[in-house]
Design a protein around this ligand. Structure first.
Ligand SMILES: [Zn+2]
Length: 264
């Protein structure tokens, strides 16, 4: 049984700070165990290169690059940064770039510049359409605006990562060809809404992820997360949907491969 981690951040400093041998030691071990495939997701024009370089080292590791809504606060010129991102996306096949992300809206922190986040989000959705790349959406406490924005780009398809919206919105997204991804949050006891969504979605639109080093599943909540801990999320999902873990692993991997255009 091999698992497909559709969303991870292995260039994060936490891996080198908290583990001997850093991300490389972890990744070599994971790929020899039950982790089959990983998409390493960037959050800025600055970490894109490291994200791509890591993916180049492992046969079944891929990259996504984009500007996260929380990272755009460091940028002042949208045109300039979108131009940089466009250059990063040159030769995307050779760089194993399989998606544009993570992009979106994050209204969690007070004093957020919503207009700036929206400008970066809109421009990157247009870029994804132009380059025919799927997108990875980060939606934190911005469900309505995220939904409305992706609906303004009907030719773009993507995934809402670590989904936290309503069941109604999930079904509307699925109807429009979108995917929904579940992280370790699914295993938290109080995650009733997320569990409800996981129960009702069609099988062919579900992905799983770690978002590591963040969002470690129960009973490792709060620890440094890695793809090996995704088995807890998989077990929870299988339990909610009353299917075997093997079956769940098989179709989430198949869905991810189709979504990212990867041959397993
Ligand atoms: Zn992430």
């Amino acid at each position: 049984m091999k698992l497909f981690d559709s969303h991870a951040h292995y260039y994060d400093e936490r891996f080198s700070e908290e583990t001997e041998g850093g991300a490389d030691a972890i990744l070599s071990a994971l790929f020899s165990e039950n982790v089959g495939w990983i998409v390493n997701v960037g959050t800025s024009n600055e970490n894109a290169a490291e994200c791509i370089n890591q993916a180049a080292k492992y046969k079944n590791m891929y990259a996504a690059v984009g500007i996260h809504p929380s990272d755009c606060r460091h940028y002042s010129d949208v045109d300039y940064e979108i131009d940089r991102l466009r250059r990063i996306l040159d030769d995307k096949e050779e760089k194993k770039i399989v998606a544009l992300g993570e992009i979106g809206l994050d209204y969690h922190y007070e004093g957020t510049d919503k207009a700036k986040q929206m400008a970066f989000f809109e421009r990157q959705l247009s870029l994804a359409e132009e380059l025919d790349l799927p997108v990875i959406i980060h939606d934190r406490e911005a469900h309505g605006d995220c939904f409305d924005t992706v609906c303004r780009h009907p030719n773009v398809r993507g995934v809402f990562h670590s989904y936290s919206g309503s069941a109604e919105m999930a079904l509307e997204l699925v109807k429009r060809g979108w995917y929904i991804s579940f992280s370790g949050v699914l295993t938290f006891k109080n995650a009733h809404k997320v569990k409800e969504v996981a129960a009702i979605l069609p099988e062919d639109r579900i992905l799983i992820e770690t978002d590591c080093p963040y969002l470690a599943p129960h009973p490792h909540r709060g620890e440094m997360n890695h793809s090996g801990l995704m088995s807890f999320t998989l077990a929870e999902l299988a339990d909610i949907r009353c299917v075997s873990e093997e079956k769940m692993a098989e179709f989430t991997a198949k869905n991810a491969a189709k979504f990212f255009g990867i041959t397993l």
